[in-house]
Design a protein around this ligand. Sequence first.
Ligand code: CP
Length: 310
Amino acid sequence: MLSSKHMLGLRNTSTGEIQEILDTAELMKIVITSNNKKTPHLQGRSIMTVFYENSTRTRLSFELACKYMSGTASNMAASSSSVAKGESLIDTARTLDVMGTDIMILRHPMSGAPHIMARNVNAAVINAGDGTNEHPTQALLDMYTMREKLGGIKGLRVAIVGDIRHSRVARSNVYGLTKMGASVVAAGPPTLLPPEMEALGCSLTDRVDDAIRGADVVMGLRIQLERQKKGLFPSMREYHRYFGLTEERMALARDGALVMHPGPVNRGVEISTEVADSKESVINEQVTNGVAVRMALLFMLTRQRTEVDL
Ligand code: CP
């Protein structure tokens, strides 16, 4: 059981809850890798993906997860909705709520937006990425992938490399991975390394080689140009040269270290094509596991509303 009716972030999610989500996702993975991707767990239930920012993986995997479990999935893209006519987040949320939505999945450019939504609706709310704050389902699928590939999370050394300052993926991973017993080092240009991240339990370095040396997992992050002012690094070419994941740099990691990336990938910037497509890369598996993890969460949050067992 989850202690909250919502999934707003991993900051306040316990080790036991993370464990339970990952264990449930393991069962869901069996479903999505079978020839009959259908369960009855969301029959009669409806979810709404409410996206104020673009998405491919998160939105579609939530919709698929719902459909695989026989639920009704609808999407509201802010750009083509009445948000464009000036409707507020709270009025939008209340409108979707009274349509009978059981779970709302919100992506929003403002940190804290899902928390505001959760206070104003009866539906359960899942944070699908809020500003630079958290992206909990991404970190859960990342942890699931590490556990699946490496047998566990405890004791792993994880290097997160790239635009740490603007990354909700980095924040959720630091919360989750440290709770699960991994050590995390975040690396990137000094201008993209906020000192306050250390207080979350990771170490910081602007020496990417040092971060990667001996790592079990190396996670590249996209430069989030949409969230930053100009001038935080000289050029894309120089960024790749000094901070990108290249074959030469990956040779410093432990033998067989996983290459991860939440996507979308900018090849030749934060990661080379050779590394993104290497045999150590689990970027595609992350996407598959995202469906299983989101099925697990939808199931667990719905079960809390109905007390029906798997
Ligand atoms: N990783 C991730 O959140 O991807 P999308 O933006 O495509 O959802």
